[in-house]
Design a binder for this molecule. Sequence first.
Ligand code: NAD
Length: 380
Amino acid sequence: MIGANGHGRWHRRVIGPLHDAGRLRLVALVDPRPIEEEPAAPVPAGTRIFTDHRAMLAEVAPEVVVICTPPHTHLPIARDAVTAGADLLLEKPPVLTSGEHEELAGALATTGRVAQVGFQALGSAALTALTDAATTGRLGTVTGIATVAAWQRPDAYYARAPWAGRRLLDGRPVLDGALANPLAHAVMQCLAVAEAVTGQPVEPATVEVERYRVRPIEVDDTAVLRLRQVVGPPIVAAVTLAGEDFIAGEVIVTGTGGRAVLEYPTDRLWLPGEAGPQVVPGRQGLLENLLAHRADRRVPLIAPLARTAAFTAVLTAVQAAPEPTLLGGDLVEAVGEGTQRVLRIRGVNAVLRRAAERGELPSESGVAWAVAPWRVTTPE
Ligand SMILES: NC(=O)c1ccc[n+]([C@@H]2O[C@H](COP(=O)([O-])OP(=O)(O)OC[C@H]3O[C@@H](n4cnc5c(N)ncnc54)[C@H](O)[C@@H]3O)[C@@H](O)[C@H]2O)c1
């Protein structure tokens, strides 16, 4: 496992029980920083510790590598790992441009290895129940797919790592915006629904995005994006890390015959005709699925790299957008103290909900602080 602290500790908690059960053997952890203790998943005796992934690949020759390092390091580390003969569980965002996607896909094809991408919500039974409803006509003809999420991130979040809030680092794209990173799952869930509805990979025709920020960062903390597909309904993602009341992340699928809402972080699904949301339990783990796929190639991967092509196409479009508009003054209020201070945009939740419900960008619905969107026609 490369990148053992930070979110890597979550992976160590997944790996621990699989190691204990003999399903895999954790052979090495790699991190330039000292390995933090994870009480729920103590490092097994005999696990080797490295500070450099190339040394680990050369000495340990692992069969599977989990990569949980900052996004701008993914491509070079992934290339090294597949060249050394490993299959990958690669954290999202897998890579940051369509060019990088092609490069990694080429490396997989050449080496015969596979990459599962860390979009864990794709393994959710609730998502399958939603796509089943959409494809069996329970919603009529699907006319729109949208997501809305309102989170808060304190000052400490942006201070935790050199890449936080950056567009570029060490000459490589990072693009640590709300859409690309914390709320990437919201975007990916919409793309997965779209793929199910049309029965084909999502092919963007246009991407329009309005990006805003409340801090001196280089990327968005608030964004509304609309993707029109070559075939299929439009997709709108309306998200913020400067929200008011918490909206965990809803995927809203609208059809001529009804509407379904999936709260993807909790797997609560509300289908037409039901009195309220119901938890649909069951998530297939990405690492377990990767092991099953390695044992029997007929078991499909849940999140193979190819399935993330449209997600990365969206990032590529956002990458080219101008700097997000800085919001401030009376519009933004600070709450809390010290490193836990958060900033909230007054009225933002209503703006995002309207965007998701109507498929309108804020600038199209008369929001005073909204600016004209960045528009990309693909392929450009
Ligand atoms: N799937 C999810 O829900 C989810 C949640 C959080 C983060 N992530 C993703 O996980 C990845 C890591 O995020 P994070 O917030 O933990 O980042 P982080 O900056 O905290 O880095 C994680 C670890 O990687 C180490 N690292 C950095 N460069 C390295 C290198 N070259 N070799 C080995 N280790 C290296 C760091 O020292 C750190 O311990 C990102 O891609 C992020 O988007 C995914």
